[in-house]
Design a protein around this ligand. Structure first.
Ligand code: NOJ
Ligand code: NOJ
Length: 397
């Protein structure tokens, strides 16, 4: 029996899923047969939809879950998964692809480039990947290992970010080409962490360069996405310009971005004395949470006018297979639970947690049908397990 299972069996049961089972859902999708070690598939589904790929974004978030469990259990098996992930990801960094850089959104899990049509590049991927690597370096690596990981892996993602952050890219939902709060906030976190790691690795010139760019990024973020000059709403406007794709700009991505920044880059504040500029209790993030809950209570019939399942954004039409009508998602609902609990609003999180429990089975897919409450879209979505685990952690502990 693995060491961590002792910890986990004692933990509370979430509907039919306990946390051990949720974490198994993550582990089963990492280092799959025929795939590069340490890489995760988004879902085992190979058809309708085909999610049997390594998405750089999902992969970084999922390995972040493994890092958190490694912290909890010190299980050496988890440590080797994380180190495998760095080796395999560094192979992906070197693989020629249609984005022409490390912003390529997804690869076959054996490491080959995917050369079909896709929204590319997606520049949040390398940012999340660099952030998780810096977090791990800070927690577990010795100075010479940090230098090695920085020089051979982390600096490649950071250099790309430093060169391309002011260029448009596709958003995390892979639909809109432009500027996105989630993407730039992740890039900000990567360079903030990277500044520290570069200094440890003896690359002071790069360190100074990253911190100068962080300042420019922060100006861009406050001017374009936060309420004020260009965003006349109270909530975060996920896209710039705010009307991008005729959207109102309200998007669960804004909350998920803040949660990833907290999980992956909170440690930096102890090192550089600079607080994270946006957290879940920022008035604009609170307003985003409130507006999403309100919109979706009536948008999705299954919610019957009350807080419950949360989807990606009001105008969403992706039903998990094709364009039709959008639905609540596990990752969005779970992320709002996490943010509400962090903000001291556990009671408001309860109907959202109840929704997750009511509509999960032995597994978690991507979406929950807005009329019937049945799961739909890619089955066993790795990111769903990661997000629900994190919600369960703050909600039950
Ligand atoms: C697949 C993408 O992954 C999803 O986010 C998007 O909504 C649909 N394609 C439709 O473009
Ligand atoms: C569609 C989601 O929109 C996107 O964010 C995700 O990376 C892929 N599915 C894979 O899970």
């Amino acid at each position: 029996m693995l060491i961590w299972s002792k910890f986990l069996t004692a933990l509370s049961v979430l509907g039919q899923l306990d946390r051990k089972q949720l974490f198994s859902g993550v582990l089963e999708n990492i280092s799959v047969p025929g795939g590069l070690p340490g890489l995760s598939i988004a879902s085992p589904s190979t058809y309708d939809p085909d999610y049997y790929f390594h998405w750089v974004r999902d992969g970084a978030i999922n390995i972040g879950t493994v890092v958190n469990f490694y912290t909890l259990t010190q299980d050496p098996h988890l440590q080797s998964l994380i180190e495998d992930y760095f080796v395999s990801s560094s192979q992906l960094q070197q693989t020629p692809n249609l984005s022409g850089g490390v912003g390529e959104p997804k690869f076959y899990v054996d490491g080959k480039a995917y050369n079909g049509n896709w929204g590319r590049p997606q520049n949040d991927g390398p940012a999340l990947r660099a952030m998780v690597a810096c977090k791990y370096a800070n927690l577990y690596l010795k100075p010479d290992q940090i230098t090695n990981l920085y020089e051979n892996f982390i600096s490649i993602d950071l250099d790309y970010i430093a060169r391309s952050w002011a260029l448009p890219s596709f958003d995390l939902w892979e639909e809109l080409d432009g500027y996105h709060f989630f993407t730039i906030l992740s890039q900000y976190g990567a360079l903030k962490a990277g500044r520290i790691v570069a200094e440890w690795a003896g690359h002071n010139d790069q360190s100074v360069r990253y911190s100068n760019i962080c300042e420019q990024m922060w100006k861009f973020i406050s001017m374009n996405f936060l309420p004020g000059s260009r965003n006349t709403n109270e909530y975060v406007c996920e896209h710039f310009p705010c009307s991008l794709g005729s959207r109102i700009g309200l998007d669960a991505a804004s909350v998920i971005g803040v949660l990833e920044l907290l999980d992956l880059a909170q440690w930096t504040t102890e090192s550089d004395g600079i607080d994270l500029p946006v957290k879940t209790d920022h008035p604009a993030v609170r307003a985003t949470i409130d507006a999403l809950i309100e919109d979706m209570s009536t948008r999705y019939p299954i919610n019957a006018g009350k807080p419950g399942g949360v989807g990606r954004y009001p105008e969403d039409v992706y039903n998990g297979y094709a364009s039709d009508v959008g639905n609540p998602w596990f990752i969005c609902t779970a992320s709002l639970v996490e943010a509400l609990v962090l903000n001291g609003e556990r009671e408001r999180a309860t109907p959202l947690m109840d929704f997750i429990i009511a509509h999960s089975g032995d597994t978690l897919s991507e979406q929950i049908n807005r009329y019937t409450g049945y799961m739909q879209g890619a089955n066993n979505l790795t990111w769903s397990y990661s997000a629900v685990l994190r919600a369960a952690k703050v909600y039950y502990d």
